[in-house]
Design a protein around this ligand. Structure first.
Ligand code: AMP
Ligand code: GLY
Length: 423
């Protein structure tokens, strides 16, 4: 089968790396891909938001399954376009992707179907939001409704920080229309955990849990990023908590979506807080996490293609549950100096040839080839991933490899996985 993967980051490299190892995959295309992906797939210069061109390309090339990495094309309706022409695609249609695309709608779904989450209020004008912020207890969390590239959430410790967030989002409109509405919710305390299920809208299979490191700097300090590293398993997700996640989160949300008339086929990602009262949902996403996918997929010991294909076809119940290795995986993200703020690209990357080991892959997140040299081409540049019998060994290996790679301005966190190891 010919497969098209949409996206060009570390998550897509990990998906393609796993797909490439499956005998039934005859050829992989990736739009737009990156320099690392180019060693496994044919990269085609179509942007992730050019959804009609992507559909036309898949049709012309006889692609049997399209797999969508990022959220933006899902929210834009790429899966609806494909399904109108009976072309198989892994990812929800725009009505399902709204769980990620509208935080207001997601909170309403959670409330309606009894899914544990922080108490909240919704506002569509700054004055009403401001009045409310004068009365609530702090800290609170202020969230822009729509997609804001991971920057639309502010944890406000006090009244003035909350008012400032409302000013930025609703008055200065820094996220444009995404900030026309906001959610203000209680700030939950606990440890964060990313939970994933692959679903065809009826049946679902849980994937192993992962923990992301969102802050730019060690000790979880500094600005929020897309994720500076991850590890799996998390060590905090006991069997009892996993059952709780299935019973209180995944089962009701998938059933709720069905009751809303939504046929959700793809990944359902619940970003959760493990609070004193159990798991509570911070947000839903409609796709694999990045970098979480880079630590989850190496642990998949059954082939990836049938899992994605059965979900896309709506017959997941006919498939054996996926199998996972007991090994632990760590991904250390090497980023451009300045990320998540302003950064330069085009820096020559050295040392990748030396950075090789068994049970390790350097996934490319933002790279390109220029004058036959590998150069940085994004904020997150590489995802140095290693897996082994336990987290400590995996972590040691990932950092050994990281030390061999150099480019001007490169930085990475030295404490990925430390929290789990110190437990
Ligand atoms: P979201 O995009 O909703 O996941 O928010 C991004 C980050 O903000 C999360 O990963 C959390 O670290 C934090 N966050 C969001 N909602 C809450 C909440 N209710 N309480 C505490 N932290 C939150
Ligand atoms: N790593 C967080 C995300 O993919 O949203």
């Amino acid at each position: 089968m010919r497969v098209l993967v949409v996206g060009g980051g570390g998550r897509e490299h990990a998906l393609i790396w796993k797909l490439a190892g499956s005998g039934e995959v005859e050829k992989i295309f990736c739009a737009p891909g990156n320099a690392g992906i180019a060693s496994l797939a044919e990269c085609v210069p179509i942007g992730v938001d050019e959804i009609t061109r992507l559909r036309d390309f898949a049709r012309e090339q006889g692609v049997g399954l399209t797999v969508v990495g990022p959220e933006a094309p899902l929210v834009e309706g790429i899966a609806d376009l494909f399904r109108e022409e009976n072309m198989l695609i892994f990812g929800p249609g725009s009505s399902g992707a709204r769980l990620e695309g509208s935080k207001v709608w997601a909170k309403c779904v959670m409330e309606k179907y009894g899914i544990p989450s922080a108490p909240f209020a919704v506002f569509n004008n700054a004055r009403a939001a401001g009045d409310y912020l004068d009365k609530v207890a702090y800290p609170v969390v202020v969230k822009a409704d729509g997609l804001a590239a991971g920057k639309g959430v502010v944890v406000a410790d006090n009244q003035s920080a909350a008012h400032e967030a409302v000013q930025e989002i609703m008055v200065k409109k820094v996220f444009g229309r995404a900030g026309a509405q906001i959610v203000v919710e209680e700030c939950l305390q606990g440890e964060e955990i990313s939970l994933f299920a692959v679903t065809d809208g009826n049946t679902f299979f849980m994937l192993p849990s992962a923990q992301d490191h969102k802050a730019a700097n060690e000790g979880d300090r500094g600005p929020n990023t897309g994720g500076m590293g991850a590890y799996s398993p998390t060590g905090i997700l006991t069997l009892e908590l996993l059952e709780q996640a299935k019973r209180n989160i995944f089962t009701p949300v998938i059933q709720g979506l069905r009751e809303e008339g939504i046929d959700y086929r793809g990944v359902l990602y619940a970003g959760c807080m493990l609070t004193a009262e159990g798991l509570k949902v911070l947000e839903f996403n409609a796709r694999f996490g990045d970098p979480e996918a880079q630590v989850i997929l190496p642990r998949l010991s059954s082939p990836l293609l049938p899992l994605l294909l059965h979900a896309a076809q709506g017959n997941l119940a006919a498939l054996e549950p996926p199998r996972w290795s007991a090994e632990a995986a760590v991904c250390v993200v090497m980023a451009s100096g300045g990320y998540p703020g302003k950064y330069e690209t085009g820096k020559v990357i050295h040392g990748l040839k030396e950075a090789q080991a068994e049970k390790a892959v350097v996934f490319h997140a933002g790279t390109a080839r220029r004058d036959n040299m590998l150069v940085s081409n994004g904020g997150r540049v590489l995802g140095i991933t290693a897996w082994d019998t336990d987290l400590k060994e995996a972590q040691k290996k990932a950092y050994l490899l990281a030390e061999k790679i150099r480019f001007e301005g490169a930085y990475y966190r030295r404490d990925i996985g430390r929290r789990a190891l110190s437990r």
